[in-house]
Design a protein around this ligand. Sequence first.
Ligand code: HEM
Ligand SMILES: *[C@@H]1O[C@H](CO)[C@@H](O)[C@H](O)[C@H]1NC(C)=O
Ligand SMILES: *[C@@H]1O[C@H](CO)[C@@H](O)[C@H](O)[C@H]1NC(C)=O
Ligand SMILES: *[C@@H]1O[C@H](CO)[C@@H](O)[C@H](O)[C@H]1NC(C)=O
Length: 344
Amino acid sequence: MKSSSVLLAGVLAQYASAFPGMGNTRREAGLLPLKPLAKAVTTSSSASTNYPPWHPPQTGEGTSSSFAEGDHRSDHHIVRSPCPGLNSLANHDICPRSGKGYTIPILTDCLKRGLNVGADFALVVGTAGIGSNPNPLTSGLYFDLDMLDRHDFLIEHDGSLSRADASTGNNYSFNQTIWDTVLAYYSGMEDAAIPVASKARYNRISTEAARDPNFSYSPVQFILSYGETALYLSTMGDPITGVAPLEYVRSLFEQEKLPYELGWQPPKTTTTLASLGAMAIQLNAASGEQIPEGVILGENSLKAVLIGLNAATGEIENNAVYSLAKLTGALGSVTSALKGLTSL
Ligand code: HEM
Ligand SMILES: *[C@@H]1O[C@H](CO)[C@@H](O)[C@H](O)[C@H]1NC(C)=O
Ligand SMILES: *[C@@H]1O[C@H](CO)[C@@H](O)[C@H](O)[C@H]1NC(C)=O
Ligand SMILES: *[C@@H]1O[C@H](CO)[C@@H](O)[C@H](O)[C@H]1NC(C)=O
C-alpha cells in the first residue's frame, strides 16, 4: 500500500508539471487528474485500507435497512451540508455517516479523530451548528448536516470558496465554476499557503460583492470566512505554517474525501481556536482587506461570533445561539473572550 501511494504521488506530480497553466481548462478538457487516479486506487483489490473507507452518499440511501433497527437514523435519508469538512468526515463514517444527530460529544470525538481539531473549537462551532436546528430545545441538543444551510443565520454566508451565494444559486452543493476561480490562483503551484489562499478568498468576496445584489457580509461572516480558509489550510496541511498540498485541498473540496490515498494523515499539531485565530490574522494581513470597525480579528472574536456575540462590542447579537451556549457549556469559556474583546 505504501509503495502504491508513493507511486500515485509521483504520477500526480507529473500531471501537475505537465500542465502548469491548466487551471482554466482542466474541467472542459476532462484533464482533472485527481478523480480518475484516486478512483483507480479505491477500486484496486490489492489496496489494504488501514484508513477509514470512503463512500459518498447514494441516492435514497438511509431510507431502508442500511441502519440497525432502533437506530434513530434509520428513518431518514442521508444528509450532507455546505461544509466540505463535515461532509468528508461523514463520507468516511468518522462523523456519523447519516449526517444526523450531531451532538457536542459526537462532534468533539469525530473532529479530533478525523482531523485533529481540538475540543475547544468543536464546542463553539458545535453550539453554532445546534443553533441551526429549528427546535434545539425540544428535539435535543444536536444538529443534522442539512440544517446548516440556513443563510446568514450564523454560519452559512455569501462569498464561499466553493458554493454559490444563497440568492444566486444552490448555496450548499459544491459548485465547480466557483471553485475554479479559487484554483486559478493556485495555477502552477503544488501547495496551498497563506499568501495565495488569502488572495483567493478575498477575490470570492469582491466578486460576489460586485455581482450579487443581495450580498451580505457582516462582521460575523467576515470572521467565519477567514476561519474557513484557515480550517482547510490547517487540516489538509499544518495549523501553524498553513502550507497544504494542493491535491489534498482539492480532494477535500472536490470529492469530499480525506486524501489518505495521496499520503495525507491528520496533522500532528492540533487545530485550536488559538491556531485558527492566529492564522486568520495572517490571512487578513496578506490580503490587506479592511477589518470591520471595532473588530479585533483572532481567537476571541472567532469564539465570540460562534456563541452569538457581537465581535466588535461583545454584546449579545444572536439570542438563540447565546442561550444554547449556556446549555452546551460554550459560554463557560466566554469570560476570557469578553475580556479579550473589551481590553482595547
Ligand atoms: C473541523 C473540521 C472542519 C473543517 C475542515 C471545515 C472546513 C470548512 C471550509 C473550508 C468551509 C468553506 C467552504 C467554502 O467556502 O466553500 C466550510 C464551510 C462551512 N462549515 Fe465547516 N469545517 C469544519 C467543521 C465544521 C463544523 C463542526 C461545522 C458546523 C457545526 C461547520 C459548518 C460549516 C458551514 C455551515 C459552512 C458553510 C459556510 C459558507 O460558506 O456559507 N464546519 N467549512
Ligand atoms: C434580495 O433581497 C430582497 C430584499 O431583502 C428580497 O426581497 C429578494 O427576494 C432577494 N432576492 C433574492 C434573489 O434572494
Ligand atoms: C454555480 O455558480 C455560478 C456562478 O455563481 C452560477 O451561475 C451557477 O448557477 C451555479 N450553479 C449552481 C448549480 O448553483
Ligand atoms: C439555500 O439553498 C437551498 C438549496 O438550493 C435552498 O433550499 C435554500 O432556500 C437556500 N437558502 C436561501 C436562504 O436561499
